[in-house]
Design a protein around this ligand. Structure first.
Ligand SMILES: Cc1cc2nc3c(=O)[nH]c(=O)nc-3n(C[C@H](O)[C@H](O)[C@H](O)COP(=O)(O)OP(=O)(O)OC[C@H]3O[C@@H](n4cnc5c(N)ncnc54)[C@H](O)[C@@H]3O)c2cc1C
Length: 390
């Protein structure tokens, strides 16, 4: 997993590896290898703060906001070492990778000062309020609205599938601020404190048996006008830029972790004598090839000046990694055989069964495979728009 992309970064790599391994062996031994989003939440809050204290949380942020001004190569190296150390999936992800870069690109100096240091220090956990019951793929159909009242917006409406909102401190909300508007016009991008009167978070249980996401009801909830990113009515532009970060560079660390998942599938196949099966071998080799292609694709996208925009590379990348991981989940189940379908006496499934179940969502969130294909058809291949239904 060593990056040939940055051979001159040995010292930086050693410093990152040393800090991660020390922290995970001393203060946070329970967190090594934790993949599940809901396990050990309080410890993982402490982990986010520890990363922040050591300035390993948001290394790409400017130093003035708690980052390290890290180069692209350093960010790749850190992501590799993070995965190698089997550090936990980050509950700070949405703040660090989505709203942080969006604030850096579009926030006012006051907004950057107000929000970025808390994200970098692990003090504020964020979640994403885009989807609504009748607005998922067709995001522009959102109905949650916000009306101006002095220096506040009063928000009314509902969001759904909001990951990690059960423990997040803040949410960014795409809301309709122009009364009577429709589609992409009249939307604004609001930053809203989540633990306030007028906001109810109701968890939704998913296929894994856990509730990693929730529906959120806003009933006269309020946010400050000063916490709107971009001008009133410019919400669509900001929301799409954030999606560019979400579908692109933000998945770097997740992708480095795919290598660990493939290694676990190979180990399970070895333990069960399945490595002699030519079809299993074939699929393992294909998975390895897919990882190699993904890595090259990620580096190409990260190095591009179009980072954070929905570039052609970004469209294919999301579709590719999501399909790759869904296939890995299916391979894992074929390797496990019946073991994969039985829970232990505590009702817990094998880690690879959890991978399989969780991977079913990869081709849905951040834009479904069908939507990614439509976008590729229209924007990359210049095909005519798909016919709309009646
Ligand atoms: C695990 C998970 C976490 C999530 N976390 C968040 C979150 O934190 N914040 C948030 O805002 N949202 C989140 N989402 C929601 C996610 O973004 C939506 O589920 C997704 O955009 C699809 O929207 P939908 O569920 O309304 O499905 P729909 O849009 O109703 O789609 C249903 C099916 O129809 C297909 N379809 C729809 N339109 C077209 C079309 N024009 N052409 C071809 N096929 C089409 C879709 O591909 C899909 O297969 C999460 C979802 C999951 C599964």
């Amino acid at each position: 997993m060593t990056s040939d992309f940055a051979p001159d970064l040995a010292e930086f790599r050693a410093e990152a590896a040393s800090w991660l391994n020390h922290a995970l062996s001393t203060e946070f031994p329970n967190l090594r290898g934790v993949q599940n989003h809901l396990d050990h939440i309080e410890e993982r809050r402490a982990w986010e703060r520890a990363l922040g204290d050591a300035r390993w949380s948001c290394i790409g942020f400017p130093a003035g906001y708690g980052g390290r001004d890290a180069t692209l190569a350093q960010q790749v190296v850190f992501a590799e070492e993070y995965a190698r150390a089997q550090a936990p999936v980050r509950i700070g992800h949405i703040g660090v990778e989505l709203i942080g870069p969006t604030l850096l690109a579009f926030g006012t100096p006051e907004q950057k000062d107000r929000f970025l240091p808390d994200i970098a220090a692990g003090r504020a956990i964020w979640c994403q309020g885009y989807s609504e019951p009748d607005a998922g793929s067709d995001l522009a159909a959102i109905r949650t609205h916000a009306r101006l009242n002095g220096d506040r917006y009063i928000i009314q409406g509902q969001k759904i599938w909001t990951s990690w909102s059960m423990f997040a401190d803040w949410i960014f909300v795409l809301a309709r601020t122009a009364q009577g508007s429709a589609g992409r016009r009249g939307l604004s991008f609001l930053l809203v404190p989540l633990r306030r009167p007028g906001i109810t978070v109701r968890p939704i249980r998913q296929i894994t048996g856990e509730a990693e996401f929730a529906e959120i009801f806003f009933d006269e909830a309020n946010s400050r006008v000063a916490d709107r990113i971009g001008a009133e009515g410019e919400g669509w532009k900001i929301a799409m830029a954030l999606l560019g970060f979400e579908r692109g560079a933000s998945t770097l660390s997740q992708q480095m972790n795919f290598r660990n998942e493939l290694t676990a599938v190979i180990a399970a196949a070895r333990a069960r004598g399945r490595l002699a099966d030519p079809l299993i071998r074939h699929r393992l080799v294909d998975a390895h090839i897919g990882l190699t292609i993904m890595r090259a694709s990620a580096l190409r996208m990260l190095a591009s000046s179009a980072q954070g925009t929905l570039s052609n590379a970004g469209y294919t990348y999301k579709l590719y990694w999501a399909s790759w991981r869904r296939n890995l989940g299916e391979l894992a189940m074929d390797v496990l055989g019946q073991d994969g379908e039985c829970a232990d006496s505590d009702g817990r499934f094998h880690e690879l069964t959890r991978l399989y179940l969780a991977s079913r969502a990869d081709t849905i969130y951040a834009g479904t495979n069908e939507i990614q294909r439509n976008i590729i058809a229209e924007r990359a291949l210049q095909l005519p728009r798909e016919p709309r239904g009646p």
